[in-house]
Design a protein around this ligand. Sequence first.
Ligand code: ARG
Length: 458
Amino acid sequence: MALWGGRFSEKTNDLVAKLSESISYDQRLYAHDIAGSTAHAKMLAKQGIIPQEDADQIVAELANILKEIDAGDFEFKEEYEDIHMNIESRLIERIGDAGGRVHSGRSRNDQVATDIRLYLRDELDSCIGLIKNVMQYTVELGRKYQDAIMPGFTHLQHAQPVLFAHHLLAYVEMFDRDRERLEQLRGRINRLPLGAGALAGCTLPLDRHYVAEQLGFDSVIQNSMDAVSDRDFMIELLSNFSILMMHLSRLSEDIIFWKSQEASFIELGDAFCTGSSLMPQKKNPDIAELTRGKSGRVYGSLVSLLTLMKGLPLCYNRDMQEDKEPVFDALDTVKMILATFGPMVASIEIDEARMLEAASDPALMATDLAEWLVKEGVPFRTAHHRVGAFVGWCNEHNNALDAVSLDQMQETIPEAKAECLDLFDPKRCVAARDFVGGTAPNQVHYQLARWEAIFQGN
Ligand code: ARG
């Protein structure tokens, strides 16, 4: 009989059992469910709610069940619906009435909320570690090619020369915010729901603080109805994951483009590419493409959960059982991508000469000429206009910007001096952008060193 079966006289319909079970996927919460029950049982004994001997038996038997599950010897049963009742049933099967005391003052509503918080707390820590790895690989690649110059793009059009490492470090900044968001979320996850009961708490003299302390929670949730209803932290997690995947997807898109025959800026390691079943010559950047593709899947999980929650009245509703699969799927996806992405980045080799050549088009330095005029006292709008006219003149005369005489330049830019003809050098161009956050080599080297020191814990 189901643990809740007292008031029922008919057996549950088989299809209902299939539809309502969650054990097929919430079994991954087992270690956290056992940790929660262990802390709860100890508290019950300390408060004199159950005999100490019973609590001791519960705690010892839960440890045995943990071993059994770890070893793959535990038989999860659909008839017990979920992880909570599978474990409780086994406990009662093994130690009888003592096991029947563990659920005193508790509901599955506050139990599942506790389990999932404990579980996500651990998972967050491993995701944070994986993000740091990706950051580290990205910084290492930047260090390896610390002086390589490439064209920076806007509108996917060549815009201005930048250091390749500067481009990479932009992503390191993004990943660091992703890490920071997860760390901040950890604080909001790390609050104890247990003690809220089904929704209204209970009449037994529980000590919630003692449970929180045993489980390493920072605080106890202050409203029992909120404690069992809140899934914000899961939505935040999926939102943070969506932003992270969006960043990974953008870098993927850059990598795919850099590797295209049109750009030919980089080559990826063979281990991170796959071939075509038809075209023997193909070597495709599938890992970057799958990262881009799987970002859609993670967004889907976020939208599922937002939609799941939006119409639910307080407090617990069975709909909320549907919160787990999107979160587990997103977690598995994000962890798999993060673990693969860093080594893929490390496998990148760049064609420095080809990048520099693409960045050497003198048109990319037109802005430098306008800014030279600003330094001479010309209002920027006038300077912009003059240089625009100069570019037009060059196009008309089929001339590269750096293949004109001073006289020719002065036709459109009367203020021009001989030194203007030296502005069309990409190395000079990046070096001149020497301000905090700029792409000058000494700035970028400083940023590389800053990240390296952070990784070394300094
Ligand atoms: N398996 C359920 C879930 O994941 C546990 C809570 C069930 N509570 C209830 N009152 N039916 O949401």
